[in-house]
Ligand binder design. Structure first.
Ligand code: NAP
Length: 346
């Protein structure tokens, strides 16, 4: 396993992070525990969760993912062997079941969210506490353009950071991170930390895969210059980059087959690009999933690649992608496809 520095901290996280958002929905507690056992045996020390998980979010399942991690920690007693990241949900449609819709990032809400996560995770502290998405009006979750809009509250980054700082001082959070953030947001968090002597964000968890490299515009430079590395999510574009959905196939039990709401990677241009990436991998005798994962892991601004798996076979294949080094020829092939079809599924 390869380990990389998390921001300017002294923590070293595995280059592959274990994503968990299927646990409690597509995966049972026993399967979650088996994934954790296997991942740790392979050297993974980094796990990513969220109070909102599993997905799709529902009142009756909310918190199950963290609870499965908590029961694993209680059974194995390996708290010191894992770096646990989780997230507080921001405002959003269909999330009224989370704190009755109280999701602005202010002290009482953050405290309540964190206490809930700590209880489910059965631990006293979270290593990395992330804001799941901005609580201001901006463009994320695939929206490329920014449109100024009426806001009920102005952005209040200093207030959020001050609240997080208290929880860091209390020892309940070790480090803080952002997710689904924009360049403006990351820079404002960094500036506020500097001006007010508050904790600095150490990471940004955004989508990054062969169909969506928008992180490279604006954010990659920030990652490099400020040491706020990318924790890349959806590296397989919801499994689509494995090629298993090509030609309209809908394999039984898989995410896109099960949930019609997941349309982010279904655009026609995306399907054409996927066919090209899959053909490129096969031409070079590579597994398309491993090629897609190795590409993400090897980007210089990536601190860790957050993989997801619903079976042990997938998990094994995905972790094994670490030993794949992409040749210059494959990288050139990827660039050629990207140039013809840049970011078809942002
Ligand atoms: P992904 O790599 O794009 O998709 C993973 C899914 O693809 C698996 O659940 C599996 O689903 C399928 N798959 C995985 N490996 C495969 C393989 N080798 N061959 C064929 N199919 C394969 O990642 P993701 O699940 O979207 O995201 C990973 C993690 O990132 C999440 O668990 C979560 O921790 C984090 N995340 C964060 C955010 C955020 O807003 N911050 C958003 C999304 C994800 P099926 O078996 O159902 O096909």
């Amino acid at each position: 396993m390869e380990y990389r520095q998390l921001g300017r901290t002294d923590l070293k996280v595995s280059a592959i992070c274990l994503g968990t958002m299927t646990w409690g929905e597509q995966n049972t507690e026993a399967e979650a525990h088996a994934q954790l056992d296997y991942a740790l045996a392979q050297g993974i020390n980094f796990i990513d969760a969220a109070e909102m998980y599993p997905v799709p979010p529902k009142p009756e399942t909310q918190g199950r993912t963290e609870a499965y991690i908590g029961s694993w920690l209680a059974a194995r007693g390996r708290r010191d062997d894992v770096i646990i990241a989780t997230k507080i949900a921001g405002p959003g449609n269909g999330l009224a079941h989370i704190r009755n819709g109280r999701t602005r990032f202010v002290e009482p809400t953050i405290r309540e969210a964190l206490e809930g996560s700590l209880k489910r995770l059965r631990t006293d502290y979270v290593d990395l506490y992330q804001l799941h998405w901005p609580d201001r009006r901006t463009n994320f979750f695939g929206q490329l353009g920014y449109t100024p809009a009426e806001e009920k509250y102005p952005p209040h980054i200093e207030e959020t950071l001050t609240a997080l700082a208290k929880l860091v001082e209390e020892g309940k959070i070790r480090y803080i991170g952002l997710s689904n953030e924009t360049p403006w947001g990351v820079m404002r968090f960094l500036a506020a930390a500097e001006q007010l002597g508050l904790p600095r964000v150490v990471s940004i968890q955004n989508p990054y895969n062969l169909l969506n490299r928008t992180f490279e515009v604006g954010l990659a430079e920030i990652s490099h210059r400020e040491q706020v590395g990318l924790l890349a999510y959806s590296p397989l574009a919801f499994g689509m980059l494995s090629g298993k959905y090509l030609g309209g196939a809908r394999p039984a039990g898989s995410r896109i087959t099960l949930y019609s709401r997941f349309t982010r990677y279904l655009k026609e241009e995306g399907q054409r690009a996927i066919a090209e990436y899959v053909a490129l991998a096969r031409e070079h005798g590579l597994s398309p999933a491993q090629m897609a994962l190795a590409y993400v892991t090897s980007r210089p601004f990536v601190t860790s690649n957050i993989i997801g798996a619903t079976s042990m076979t997938q998990l094994e294949e995905n972790i094994a992608s670490l030993s794949l080094t992409l040749s210059e020829e494959v990288l050139a092939g990827i660039e050629a496809i990207h140039t013809r079809q840049p970011n078809p599924c942002p």
